[in-house]
Write a protein that binds this ligand. Structure first.
Ligand SMILES: Nc1nc2c(ncn2[C@@H]2O[C@H](COP(=O)(O)OP(=O)(O)OP(=O)(O)O)[C@@H](O)[C@H]2O)c(=O)[nH]1
Ligand SMILES: [Mg+2]
Length: 480
């Protein structure tokens, strides 16, 4: 039998993927239409996890998407810019399809070869599927969304329709995201946090971004450096939003977008160098007064402001004699894009992959319920579920249900701790250097504690969570 689906050839083998892949081969071996089911589910398994970027109107979502992709593909603007959900996926040739709310698809032309001109009323569109060859998109797929709580309610509705399971019965055309990046430039409002909760992720697969960090506080002319101030405030927000996001990273998306899309030229660097002798206040005064004493044409300064903002204009001047290359390096370094990318590609991606595996288990469960060969399928699925490699998948599913049903249940913290633990020792609450005997003993102790809790649970979701933890500690205690 030929392989029902094709795993990517790069990257270290992931035990979760390997076990699911093996189960899908068993499924395909049952023959008939199960071959196409295995193919369909395999395609979900092997495509990169989808990370959705959400947040208030003009929070800087599309700018950040462009910075991460390294190309100006998403429309950005001072006025409301994004009005349809757009999925950016690695693929060639560069193309775009509009997916309608009834699931139908139609190709759409690309304006200027990059951005999409939808040409259809936004309320008929579930999302736009944009494919482009991009190294940055080879490990994650990004989803840009219209701003929440916008003046036009239609845009917020578009985001909800495409992202929330069962919303207006448009589940068939939903984008099925696996993790979220939540952008805010100050403390998020209650309605934004509520929206995030309805997305149904956990803090482990939700990353907070304090956006527009270059303008934080009083901005570049204030007495505190906005980037340092933003970094400090990000820590405060991370503590306040601990129930929603795993961490908060400060980012100046505009600086990252400009440096990563090649928009800043050597002639921009020369203009910056000509402005270097002016004190910051003097520079803005001359610009405002339209003064002839401004050393470069006013339009050129406006262009610089559009590219790098006020913070960039003031501070990049010190790097301008090194030309565009040096300015770009400085912009990229201070923008915070590198730490953001590290979190995205490591912890957020890891939990997105586990979330995706949970979705695949749900697909397999629905086959068990609906397919005539249910007994044979059930055997494959139960063996998969009890496989030690799938423990984190079950733990994340349990955490997700518990956060929806009973977010204050005492077992929430334990699930998070076990899932966060990079090594078995850490998952058992020990130092990474603990011996195998110490690990087994600690797991045995936790097992007893968890079993004691099962007598007084408050909800079915808590029962499921304790079962998942029992399985996890049993697996550790057996020395897996
Ligand atoms: N100074 C500064 N400006 C930014 C930054 N990020 C975005 N902007 C500007 O803010 C405006 C809105 O940015 P977008 O990326 O379009 O914001 P958005 O969240 O996608 O907006 P909607 O799609 O309309 O909700 C644009 O004028 C950007 O240039 C940033 O990090 N610093
Ligand atoms: Mg946008």
């Amino acid at each position: 039998m030929s392989a029902p689906h094709t795993p990517p050839q790069t990257g270290a083998p992931d035990p979760v993927h390997q076990r699911i892949d093996a189960a899908l081969h068993q499924l395909a071996a049952l023959g008939g239409d199960l071959v196409s089911h295995a193919n369909r589910i395999g395609a979900i398994l092997w495509s990169p996890p989808r990370i959705v970027v959400v947040g208030r109107l003009k929070a800087g979502k599309s700018t950040l998407v462009n910075a991460l992709i390294g190309a100006p593909v998403a429309e950005t603007a001072a006025l409301e810019a994004t009005n349809v959900v757009t999925v950016y996926e690695n693929g060639a040739p560069s193309r775009a399809d509009v997916v309608f709310t009834d699931g139908a698809r139609r190709p759409v032309p690309l304006a200027l070869g990059t951005t999409v001109e939808v040409g259809v009323p936004p309320e008929q569109v579930a999302y736009v599927h944009r494919c482009l060859p991009s190294h940055a998109l080879s490990t994650i797929t990004l989803v840009d969304t219209p701003g929440l709580a916008t003046l036009t309610v239609a845009n917020a509705t578009a985001t909800e329709r495409a992202l929330i399971d069962g919303f207006e019965q448009t589940r068939s055309a939903s984008v099925d995201a696996d993790a979220a990046v939540f952008l805010f430039d100050s403390m998020p409002r209650t309605d934004e946090v509520e929206f995030l909760q309805r997305l149904g992720f956990t803090p482990l697969n939700t990353l907070g971004v304090l956006s527009r960090a270059d303008g934080f506080g009083r901005g570049v002319l204030g007495n505190r450096d906005p980037l340092g101030h933003a970094a400090e405030h990000a820590n405060v927000l991370a503590r306040r939003l601990a129930g929603q996001v795993g961490t908060v990273v400060p980012v100046a998306g505009l600086l990252a977008q400009t440096s990563h899309t090649g928009a800043f030229t050597d002639s921009d660097a020369r203009a910056l160098a000509d402005l270097a002798p002016l004190a910051p206040l003097e520079l803005f005064d001359l610009l405002d007064a339209d003064s002839a004493a401004l050393p470069v044409p006013r339009e050129q300064v406006w262009r610089l402001l559009e590219l790098i903002g006020e913070y960039g204009l003031v501070h990049a001047r010190a790097h301008a004699t090194g030309g565009a290359h040096q300015v770009n390096q400085w912009l990229s370094g201070v923008s915070g894009i590198h730490p953001l990318r590290a979190v995205l590609e490591q912890s957020l991606r890891r939990f997105a992959v586990l979330h995706r595996a949970g979705r695949i288990l749900a697909e397999l469960d629905s086959l068990v319920y609906s397919h005539p060969a249910r007994d044979a399928i059930r055997q494959i699925v139960s063996a998969l579920r009890t496989d030690p490699a799938l423990v984190p998948v079950e733990l994340l599913r349990a955490l997700r249900s518990l956060l929806q049903a009973d977010p204050t249940a005492p077992v929430v913290d334990e699930l998070v701790q076990v899932l966060r633990g990079g090594t078995i020792a850490e998952a058992s609450g020990l130092e990474p250097t603990a011996s195998p005997e110490q690990i087994r003993a600690a797991a045995q102790q936790r097992l007893v504690a968890v079993q004691a809790q099962t007598v007084s649970t408050r909800s079915a979701a808590e029962d499921t969570a304790l079962t998942a933890l029992t399985h996890a500690y049993t697996v550790i205690a057996r020395g897996y």
